[in-house]
Design a protein around this ligand. Structure first.
Ligand SMILES: CC(=O)N[C@H]1[C@@H](OP(=O)(O)O)O[C@H](CO)[C@@H](O)[C@@H]1O
Ligand SMILES: [Mg+2]
Length: 674
């Protein structure tokens, strides 16, 4: 359907609506006939049930049918769901009872039941229409590019291809275009652009990206592009050449969407599309960065860089470290996606890392019961892990391998895990970096003027567990907060000599400033001639190796995994020792569906609600009832919901706090609001 012109889609849309109208009128006619033909109006009792039947759809669910089955944390919504169930049963029970009592005959009963099934069919068709309806979907570039059901993205890909070409002409640099929907279900897909630095598309171009994706027809699209090209002064006359690197994950829809993006790119004179094949998102970002820096940039170069810096760090592990036998093996859940495929290659290149790769895509479905997002949100082991894995060190990648979490399965409990999330990965890295810096910058060096006052910063979001923030502050680290979304964290971390950022969900990396790396190179060379083999020289080499191992463009599950592995070995820690760094405060996340999520405006890195007035005071009053309680709400950037996050000293208290704040959200903004 997405291949068709929008006018044709509009016609089909109108046709579907007509079909729906015929169904509903057919149901009504049958209902009336069941009474009028026999001059007996008792069957009209079922009509009351029919009025109740679609209530949850009309007042609550809209086009989001999943919410009909999921837990909502909202009693009003649950009540409407109950009404649907009750009225559905009532619609069959009433005519059946009337027949049984001899009030109506077989004919009226048959017509009543047929009319019921026609209404149910109409509701199912309505839901289906909303689900596949690309025509009415408004796309937003959001925090992670455009994402939607793959079937409606064909024209979006073409348009984003044009956008990438314009960006490349404007910046006179290589730009990346990645086709992925990360941890979303396999039927979804998406697209994001990598800027010349290898980072996310500049926020300044996001409004244009939204406008391009949502332009109602080709005329308006052409006009929009014309105006933008003029405003940005983009050379379109073919005098400049430009190049886009394209990558895609393993989704079946990726191939045809990639073709659409290529066509979009080629429609701009002078711009070349270079298909890099199936890649992880961080691989593509790495390649774009490398190309623009004039460095080696093939996939082989990526693996070479990772493996050589990993080996370097392994060789620098102090004597006597090393974890016990049982923990030697690492088991990785590849989310049935591209990460598993690439980790297999890394494993061969590294030849020595004992990794057992599960959920590698042979047989399983991408992200279904597997992957970092599932493991972090559900706090259970992924499919393919069982009692034999209890206590072992396990890790999970997400669908495009830019998120990483670790876990270990708990004994005698049904798939329950001890989760080692992004906050703990951050803490491990921060400890290691801090240790190396203090070895490097010995006190005497200050007197010798060889001291570089390194600005080391740690960046988190409000979703970071409070215990992790306390722990990092206790280490004497500077901890700063940004709104949710990697682009914000990345930007903040780039302001330090060494900036470490992680979202609790496992997306993050360590950024090194050019200035610090220059100094470090010089210092390392100096130390190798003056004090070869010294602890100081080793610390300098370790930091240099970390800067090469860890992806400088975006969070990368594969390079992150290698750094975790070598750091654990360096420390001589098992996953359990690592997990014991601090104990997470019990927390709960809920989603609340509201009339308009944009009505919530937050401030102070999303921890305070500025609008609507009064709600923050109400949240504060609720939170104050719980000792050690913390709670905030924010509109999601990727789903049509308000997210509620609560922390407290017990799980029960965190659950209660989250539920009561979810009720407040409903009172202020939901369907029960005044
Ligand atoms: C609580 C949470 O995990 N939020 C996620 C989610 O954003 P929302 O704006 O909360 O929908 O998706 C983002 C993109 O993947 C990710 O950066 C972020 O951390
Ligand atoms: Mg991802």
């Amino acid at each position: 359907m997405a291949d068709l012109p929008r006018s044709v889609i509009a016609c089909l849309h109108a046709g579907k609506l007509a079909f729906l109208a015929i169904l509903v009128s057919g149901g009504i006619v049958l209902q009336i006939l069941a009474c009028a033909l026999y001059n007996n109006w008792w069957p009209m009792l079922s009509a009351i049930m029919y009025v109740l039947l679609p209530m949850p759809l009309l007042f609550f669910a809209g086009s989001d049918t999943s919410s009909l089955l999921s837990e909502s944390g909202n009693s009003w919504v649950d009540a409407t769901k109950f009404l649907t169930g009750a009225s559905s049963i009532g619609s069959i029970a009433i005519p059946a009872i009337l027949k049984h009592a001899g009030v109506i005959g077989w004919g009226a009963l048959a017509m009543e039941l047929s009319s019921y099934f026609i209404f149910v069919l109409a509701i199912i068709c309505y839901i289906q229409m909303n689900d596949d309806d690309g025509y009415s979907v408004k796309l937003s570039y959001g925090t992670s590019g455009f994402r939607a059901d793959a079937s409606i993205l064909q024209s979006t890909m073409f348009r984003v291809g044009i956008l990438a070409a314009l960006r490349s002409l404007k910046t006179q640099s290589v730009i990346g275009l990645m086709i992925t929907a990360s941890h979303n279900k396999v039927s979804d897909n998406g697209v994001k652009i990598a800027d010349p630095s290898g980072g996310m598309l500049t926020q300044e171009w996001e409004p244009f990206a939204d406008a391009v994706a949502n332009a109602p027809d080709s005329e308006q699209l052409v006009q929009l592009i014309g105006e933008f090209v003029k405003k940005e002064n983009i050379p379109l006359e073919g005098s400049q050449s430009a190049e886009i690197l394209l990558g895609r994950d393993t989704r079946p829809s990726g191939e045809s969407l990639l073709e659409a993006a290529k066509q979009g790119i080629s429609s701009v004179v002078g711009v070349v599309a270079n298909d890099m094949g199936v890649l992880t998102t961080p691989q593509l970002h790495w390649m774009v960065r490398a190309r623009n820096k004039g460095m080696k940039s093939s996939e082989l170069d990526y693996f070479d860089q990772l493996s050589s810096s990993f080996r370097c760090l392994m060789d620098l592990i102090p004597q006597g470290s090393g974890i016990n036998e049982m923990n030697d093996k690492l088991i990785v859940d590849g989310a049935n996606g591209v990460g598993a495929e690439k980790l297999e290659i890394l494993k061969r290149v590294l030849n020595g890392l004992d990794i057992d790769i599960r959920d590698s895509g042979k047989g399983g479905v991408l992200n279904e019961g597997v992957g970092a997002d599932y493991v972090q949100k559900e706090k259970v082991a992924p499919y393919g892990f069982g009692p034999a894995d209890v206590g072992l060190r396990c890790a999970s990648l997400d669908g495009d391998a830019d998120r990483l979490v670790y876990f270990s399965m708990l004994s005698n409990s049904n798939k329950k895990i001890d989760l080692v999330d992004g906050d703990k990965i951050l803490s491990l890295f921060a400890l290691f970096i801090k240790e190396q810096l203090s070895i490097l910058n010995k006190d005497e060096d200050e007197k010798l003027n060889k001291y570089y006052k390194v600005r080391l910063g740690v960046v988190q979001t409000a979703y970071a567990n409070g215990a992790s923030t306390d722990y990092l502050k206790q280490l004497g680290l500077e901890v700063v907060f940004t709104p949710t979304g990697v682009k914000y964290l990345h930007e903040k971390a780039a302001g330090y000599d060494i900036g470490i950022y992680f979202e609790a969900n496992g997306h993050g990396t360590i950024l090194f400033s050019e200035q610090f790396l220059c100094w470090l190179e010089d210092r390392s060379n100096e130390l190798s001639s003056t004090s070869e083999g010294s602890e100081q020289q080793k610390a300098a080499l370790r930091l240099l190796a970390v800067s090469k191992l860890i992806n400088q463009a975006v969070g990368d599950a594969l390079s992150g995994l290698l750094l975790v592995e070598v750091t654990l070995q360096h420390m001589g820690w098992s996953i359990h020792k690592w997990s014991e760094l601090y104990h997470d405060l019990p927390s709960r996340q809920l989603k609340v569906k509201v009339l308009d999520r944009t009505a919530v405006v937050t401030g102070n890195a999303e921890t305070v609600v500025v609008r609507p007035p009064g709600i923050q005071e109400a949240i504060n009053a609720e939170t104050a009832k719980y000792s050690g309680g913390r709670c905030f709400i924010r509109p999601s950037g990727t789903e049509d919901v308000i997210r509620v996050y609560a922390e407290a000293t017990t799980q029960e208290a965190a659950d209660r706090l989250a539920r009561s704040v979810a009720r407040l959200v409903d009172q202020f903004l939901g369907f029960g609001c005044s």
